[in-house]
Structures are given as structure tokens and as C-alpha cells.
Design a protein around this ligand. Sequence first.
Ligand code: ATP
Ligand code: MG
Length: 271
Amino acid sequence: MRVIVIASQKGGSGKTTLSGHLAVQAEAAGAGPVAIIDTDPQGSLAEWWNARQSTSPYFARATLDELEEDLTALAALGTKLAIIDTPPAITKAIQQVVHCADMVIVPIRPSPHDLRAAAATVELVEDIERPFVFVVNGATARAKITGDTAVTLSQYGTVAPVTLHQRVDFATSMIDGRTVMETAPESRSATEMTQLWDYVGIKLDKAVQRHGRALDTPGPGVPLAAGSEAPAPQATPRVPHIPLNTTAGRGEGRLRPHTTFGRRSYEEGRA
Ligand SMILES: Nc1ncnc2c1ncn2[C@@H]1O[C@H](COP(=O)(O)OP(=O)(O)OP(=O)(O)O)[C@@H](O)[C@H]1O
Ligand SMILES: [Mg+2]
């Protein structure tokens, strides 16, 4: 079983929307059985699922303290993919959830506040050494800040080549527990989500091939088996701050991707 965690410190970036939509699309694309797990005390994903007529994807109750055991049990039941929604925060509990991820999806709205908040999420995911991908969500077509956001983010990690635009059907489809693929299958929103899953599915396969299964690797605080050697510490570049190098939206937008405002750039950090 593979595990996708949707995480972003920023409230309202689209974590729950992506969790429900990607789970439905993954199931439709044959990657199921898919389980969704809601670790957010707000319970939005659980409420969405409760309003849903179809029982697929299925909803799995999991406890944070025993998340690994719960995921192992889901795998034993034949689940092929678990998608976990998380709260808008950076806490130890979220660290635990991210530790279980084969891949982390970080939705980001094209706004200065979201970009600034992204740094903390990236730092958390990199600390735990999990592959991650940004998804630009809620974009306005042809707005300069959308492109600028993608370029800025690409300095820090992989950005999904599919952008989700701001469209009311994403929100309205979820009122009665559905998704845009179900309420408006011919819509541009549905096409975007289908393409996003196609991309995420391939990335997920590659991530597992390259890094192995997340739950097979010892996590922070998990004792290594007797006789095994501790892995050599990796020089993981830290991202102390994501500078928003754009003044887009004020008519004079200039993106300066490698300007660092006196800080070492990410590339320098890598060298
Ligand atoms: N692409 C989009 N177009 C239109 N509305 C969207 C889009 N993405 C999300 N929304 C709406 O924005 C709001 C926030 O989205 P969502 O609940 O998915 O974010 P979240 O990151 O889970 O929020 P929280 O951090 O509070 O858990 C919801 O009302 C949702 O319907
Ligand atoms: Mg949410």
C-alpha cells in the first residue's frame, strides 16, 4: 500500500479538496481500493465523506498515536492507496503523519501569504526526508502571480505541471460528498484533477522505486533492528525561508528567481 499525505501549514490552501478529489480519481483510475484518513480535528474530510452516497473511496478511522499500525492493518485488508488529510499546522503530530508518507503533496495558493507559509511545510517534509510535490491551487487564469508562484516554488522542489484553477465547481461539488469528476465530468476542473492524478500516480511510483516504502524505513525515534547499522546522516539542505521574489499584482511584476535578499540561496545550500 502506498501513502500520500496532503500537508500545508496554511489554512484553506486546498488540502481537503485535494484529498477527496485525488482519492476519487485514483479509485476511478484503478489505483484502489483507496482509503481516506482525516487527521484534522476540524473533520472536514470526514464530513464530506459522510455526505457522500458512494462508499468508495472508503473512510478509515485512524488514531495518530497508532497511525503506523492502522496503516499496516489497512494494507493487510488489501488497500492499495491511503490518502491522509492533515490540519493547517506544523506540530509533532503532523511530523508523525508525514513520516508515514511515500509522497507528500503541498497545495499552495498563488498568494504572498501562502508562499511565505510554505517554508515551514517544506522544512518539515525535508527534515523527514520524504519526497514532496507542490500543487498550485486556486489559480486565476492568466494572472502573472500564478506563473511567478510556480517559478518561485520550483527553486525549492518539484511543482506539479498541472495547476488547479479557482472555480466554484470545486467547492460546490463537495457539498453533497462528491467531486467535480462526478458533478461535471466534462468540465475543465474535472480535466485538471484527472491530469493531476495521472501525474501524481506516476510520481508516486517513482518515489517508491527510488526511496523504498516509507513505512519500511525506520523513522525518528524508531529503534533500528538489533545488529543493523544506523544510516549515514544525510546532508539535507534546509530551507530557512521562502523569499517571495515577486511584486506581481502591482503592475510591475518582476520575478527574480535567484535573488536571495542577503541569504544563501537554496542552490548554494545544496552545493
Ligand atoms: N480550486 C478551487 N477553486 C475554488 N474553491 C476552492 C478550490 N480549492 C479549494 N477551494 C475552496 O476553498 C476552501 C478551502 O479549501 P479546503 O478546505 O480544501 O482547504 P484546506 O487546506 O483543507 O483548509 P484547512 O487548512 O482549513 O483544512 C473550501 O471552501 C474549498 O471548497
Ligand atoms: Mg482541510
